[in-house]
Design a protein around this ligand. Structure first.
Ligand code: R5P
Length: 290
């Protein structure tokens, strides 16, 4: 089946790399806004009977959702064979529980919505917190890819005597895997979130790792408070400057600038969200999943 790859705004680079690696056609679309702010969508390529791939990473999802919905509906109307959403970063995975009475469990609503207008979803390290699998909330087939091997490779090639540090118990599964692949020791900390902008991280026990370079690895860097707090502890413990690695460079507000002000010597992310910190390319992983 012929494949055609479309990019939603800010995904052009990744979409280009994917379509080149797949030897697929690059889809042409026009998306713009009417003066009143409504979205205009036009597909300029022939998609009849083709397998369509939409590359749309979903940080700041609210603005992206409606154009994505319109595009997907239109592609189906134009008789595309299948619409696959490649969302390297998948949003609305965190509110997966009603913590307080009356709260919306948005991860479920969002999953239902995406499942209603796509045929398949491919994503990287979604924040499955209290869920075990995407199929608990998504009704379309989902392929989940992990960046841990690429992260280990980057660490092996760039860090001398690394000590991998995971910020919370959830990270243990993949930090242990990444550490094994990088032939490095690892420790897992405990985290208590007090609010959107406040976290408490346990003091790391690092006495025996004084000659190592701390490598903080997390799936999402959002406010960066998790990393900033951990870096503070490591500095107090007399450790060398840390390397920070995040899969998804969400960097809310001025989080990146705040993180740069710390003693971190390097901040590296995967290109699941376009950002100046991108240093690990995940396009090959996506291509094999497609
Ligand atoms: C939370 O459980 C995640 O794994 C990350 O640790 C979290 O999203 C980081 O958030 P922030 O950068 O806002 O501290």
């Amino acid at each position: 089946m012929k494949k055609i790859v479309f990019a939603l705004s800010c995904n052009e680079l990744l979409a280009k790399s994917i379509s080149e690696k797949l030897s697929a056609e690059t889809g042409q679309i026009e998306i713009r806004y009417f003066p009143d702010g409504e979205t205009y969508v036009r597909v300029l390529s022939n998609v009849l009977g083709k397998d369509v791939i939409i590359v749309a990473t979903l940080h700041n999802p609210d603005d992206k959702l409606l154009p994505l919905y319109f595009l997907s509906k239109l592609l189906k109307e134009l008789k595309a064979n299948k619409v696959t959403l490649v969302a390297p970063y998948l949003a609305y995975m965190r509110q997966d529980k009603r913590f307080k009475e009356g709260e919306a469990v948005t991860s479920e609503y969002f999953a239902k919505l995406l499942s209603s207008f796509t045929d398949e979803i491919i994503t990287i390290d979604p924040h499955l917190h209290r869920r075990h699998s995407m199929s608990e909330i998504y009704t379309v087939p989902c392929k989940v890819i992990h960046a841990s091997e690429l992260i280990s490779k980057w660490i092996k090639e760039n860090v001398n005597q690394p000590l991998l540090i995971g910020p919370d118990s959830e990270s243990e599964q993949w930090i242990s895997e990444a550490a094994k692949n990088a032939n490095a020791p690892f420790i897992i900390l405990e985290k208590k979130r007090l609010g959107d902008n406040e976290v408490i991280i346990s003091i790391p026990q690092v006495e025996k790792y004084k000659n190592h370079t701390p490598v903080l690895v997390d799936d999402i860097i959002s406010t960066a408070h998790t990393m900033i707090e951990t870096i503070g502890h490591l500095k107090e413990a007399g450790m060398k400057s840390s390397v920070c690695i995040g899969v998804h460079a969400v960097f809310a507000g001025n989080a990146f600038e705040e993180l740069k002000k710390t003693s971190a010597k390097e901040i590296i992310t995967c290109n699941t969200i376009p950002h100046e910190s991108n240093g690990i390319d995940i396009s090959d992983l996506l291509v094999s999943a497609i």
